[in-house]
Design a protein around this ligand. Structure first.
Ligand SMILES: [Zn+2]
Length: 131
């Protein structure tokens, strides 16, 4: 049953090479496979859903992304387990990627929500949630 599930998400990025490196690593860790690749874009797919990253044109890059403005705030993904969240947290730390809400991690949202929050290269917030 795929009716109503997300078919794909397309995100414009300021630097495709940088974003593809970041997202490629993260999504492949979650079991996605590289799906499409062309000069201005890349995508990764898991099951019936794929996520596309497209290089934003120079003329549209004057206003940078900000997750508090109208539009996308964050993307949340299912983790396998709490241990998976912990392992990803450690890997991101080792990669020097900014972990958000560190003081409250892994219960930044509530004590029933075991999750990791971090930022992509354009500062889009990414969440990884344990079952
Ligand atoms: Zn969330």
């Amino acid at each position: 049953m795929t009716k109503g599930l997300l078919h794909h998400i397309e995100i414009y990025v300021s630097d495709l090479k940088r974003s593809a490196e970041f997202w490629g690593w993260f999504l492949e860790e979650l079991g996605y496979n590289a799906f499409q690749k062309w000069d201005g874009g890349r995508s990764w797919r898991l099951g019936d859903t794929y996520i596309v990253f497209v290089q934003a044109e120079e003329k549209f890059r004057d206003v940078p992304y900000h997750r508090c403005r109208v539009g996308l705030n964050h993307l949340a993904f299912h983790a396998d387990s709490r241990q998976h969240v912990d392992e990803m947290t450690e890997t991101l730390n080792n990669k020097g990627i900014n972990i958000l809400y560190k003081d409250k991690h892994p219960f930044a949202e509530s004590k029933d929500h075991y999750a990791l929050y971090f930022e992509d290269p354009d500062r889009i917030k990414v969440e990884l949630v344990a079952p």
